[in-house]
Ligand binder design. Structure first.
Ligand code: ADP
Ligand code: ZN
Length: 616
């Protein structure tokens, strides 16, 4: 049995070795043990249950919350030659009967089922009759009532343990926090399960946060310079902003689709479909979009508004670059984000304990935005992991930000807030600092204050940056009930008294923003030379044609990573083609000749030096 897991890995999936803890998880499951697997998006969770399902007798039953996800996973497995099917509410009765018959005949290795379907008596009775290899509970964090993916049906999955005590269960999620982990173990009766925690780093994602100036233009520049015609997700907080941003991108020629809960189910599905099946489609969405999107070649995730917590941020950005190729997590962040989110937290119906938790999470998020040191180190530390060295693949590592001694500016701002009575918002305070002559200031006699005009040497943008950072660090708070007025906190006192200094990040100024030194764009195709690029495009066109013929997403035929490897290594025979990662026996047989032909044609047209040795 032991050898066959590895054998299946290469024969069916086309990979030569397991990654990280995959092998340990696979063996544990084959041996009949229960487990809880915490692995980041793109870490390779699927193989952890797919391979044991193929090794153990009977069918592996996979519980998955989203129909679209199920469908695409099944399509991918069928491409690899696996007997896979799904049971969900979209099937007609005939199709259901057919799947049931195949299951009884032992002709299904992996069956994907929606939780409500699985829990129906008809399905449970069917499962009583057949051999079950394992239960895999995907997206297991859906049991968490605190998380935003909560699915009440997931709570009832504990019945599996009672009804099928001998069948191993494996729960999987990319949500790592302690609370969620505990809830999964309790609610799914997995207290004795072995827990596998993979490292949460996503080294191929480049994290960047830019001060928000004109967010759409900034986004456009990102797309134009680094992600032209590549797939990506743009997150916005409100539905209106989603619609406006999508319209605006479309006007600029980007194939952008809006997605939020206010759109009809049909429209949402169409947008998701376009995204998954197309190449270079951009989804503009609220957080309603994303779970269950398995698309491996999402090249960027952009946030035009600040997420509520680092957990949410990490989950959302984690949708980029599942295939391991370079990807970008980009966010534009400004003072208004801080104010809006504080308002949302304060105005929520939650009880005090919950509110305090939300505030703590928001503070961690703000701290991350204002960092001047490696972002990855901070992110990982937040999730309990240590990264010894700065990562070299975030904006702060690549282009270290300048900081400045802002003690005096901070004192001026804080004292201006104090002297104007802690009753005014940012715009007003900045006007007083800059000595602006307007009627309202005169009416309140604030033109007579000692702080009036003391900050004329900084412009409005610089003052907003100072105040944003003071709020982010908790020296100032924004009182939401009083129209966003700024107020001092206890932490401001030592600064006002001259007992503490304040070092602030110098935001990139608009003038410098066009070309910032060290940061070269992280492009996927940078690994390909010009000649290889033409071949890559031809391989992609072939893949697209095949995908359209079969009505499946292109990536289930081959991932970009496989096509890039083909273009770079140019296999000349079926045996060499089989060595490309992601090419298993079934795909070799189905597609090998077709793709080899394209490679040959390109290699004759423009001869290149023969690729060096064959080894991987
Ligand atoms: P997750 O569900 O954890 O987000 P997936 O199971 O979708 O991740 O796997 C992410 C990507 O990694 C997929 O493209 C998959 O084919 C690839 N992958 C998984 N395991 C391996 C492996 N052992 N070797 C090479 N690629 C792998
Ligand atoms: Zn870094």
């Amino acid at each position: 049995m032991r050898a066959s897991a590895r054998d299946l890995l290469s024969r069916v999936f086309g990979y030569d070795r397991f990654r990280g803890q995959q092998e340990a998880i696979v063996e544990h499951t084959i041996g009949g043990g229960d487990s809880l697997v915490l692995m980041p998006t793109g870490g390779g969770k699927s193989l952890c249950y797919q391979i044991p399902a193929l090794v153990r007798p009977g069918a592996g039953i996979v519980v998955s919350p989203l129909i679209a996800l199920m469908r695409d996973q099944v399509a991918g497995l069928v491409q690899a030659g696996v007997q896979a099917a799904c049971l969900n509410s979209t099937l007609d009765y005939g199709a259901v009967l057919d799947i049931e018959a195949r299951l009884r005949a032992g002709a299904i290795d992996l069956l994907y089922v929606a939780p409500e379907r699985l829990l129906g008596e008809r399905t449970l009775a069917l499962l009583d009759e057949v051999d079950i290899a394992l239960f895999a509970i995907d997206e297991a964090h859906c049991v968490s009532q605190w998380g935003h993916d909560f699915r009440p049906e997931y709570l009832e999955l504990s019945v599996l343990h009672e009804r099928f005590p001998a069948v191993p269960r494996i729960a999987l999620t990319a949500t790592a926090d302690e609370q969620t982990r505990r809830e999964i173990r309790e609610r799914l009766e997995l207290r004795d399960a072995r827990v596998f925690i993979a490292g949460f780093d996503r080294p191929n994602i480049r994290y960047r946060v830019v001060p928000k100036q004109s967010p759409r233009d900034q986004l456009a520049r990102l797309l134009d310079t680094e992600h032209r015609r590549e797939a990506g997700i743009v997150y916005c907080l409100s539905r209106r902003r989603v619609e406006e941003t999508a319209d605006w991108l479309r006007e600029r020629g980007v194939d952008a689709h809006p997605y939020h809960a206010g759109r009809g189910a049909r429209e949402r599905e169409a947008a998701q479909d376009a995204f998954v099946r197309g190449e270079g489609v951009v989804i503009v969405a609220t957080i309603a979009f994303g779970m269950g999107i398995d698309k491996p070649d999402v090249r960027f995730v952009a946030h035009l508004d600040l997420p509520k917590s680092l957990e949410a941020y990490y989950q959302e950005t984690g949708r980029a670059g599942r295939d391991g190729l370079p990807a970008t997590a980009w966010m534009a962040y400004g003072l208004q984000d801080v104010i809006t989110l504080r308002q949302m937290v304060d105005g929520s119906e939650a009880d005090d304990a919950r509110k305090r938790l939300e505030i703590r999470k928001l503070d961690a998020m703000l701290g991350y935005c204002e960092l001047t040191t490696c972002r990855r180190q901070t992110l990982l530390a937040y999730f309990g992991e240590t990264l010894e060295e700065p990562c070299g693949n975030c904006d702060n590592c690549l282009d270290p930000p300048a900081s400045w001694d802002a003690t005096e500016a901070a004192q001026q701002a804080l004292s201006c807030v104090y002297r104007t009575g802690q009753r005014f918002g940012v715009a007003y305070v900045v006007d007083v600092l800059r000595g602006k002559d307007h009627e309202r200031i005169r009416r309140f006699r604030h033109d007579r204050l000692s702080t009036f005009g003391i900050g004329a040497d900084l412009d409005v943008g610089q003052w907003r940056s100072v105040i944003r950072q003071l709020v982010a660090r908790g020296l100032l708070r924004v009182d939401v009930e009083k129209y966003g007025s700024l107020q001092l906190t206890a932490a401001a006192r030592p600064v006002l008294r001259g007992e503490a200094t304040v070092e602030l990040r110098r935001d990139a100024l608009p003038a410098r923003r066009t070309r910032r030194g060290g940061e070269a764009p992280a492009r996927v195709q940078a690994v390909l030379g010009d000649g290889d690029q033409a071949l890559f495009d031809a391989l992609r066109a072939q893949r697209r044609a095949l995908a359209e013929q079969q009505g499946v997403p292109p990536y289930v035929i081959f991932h970009d990573a496989s096509l890039i490897e083909m273009a770079a290594r140019r296999p000349a025979s079926l045996a060499e083609f089989a060595a490309v990662a992601g090419v298993g026996a079934t795909k070799l047989e189905r597609y090998g000749e077709t793709f080899l032909e394209i490679i040959r044609a390109h290699t004759i047209e423009e001869p290149v030096p023969a690729p060096g040795g064959a080894g991987p």
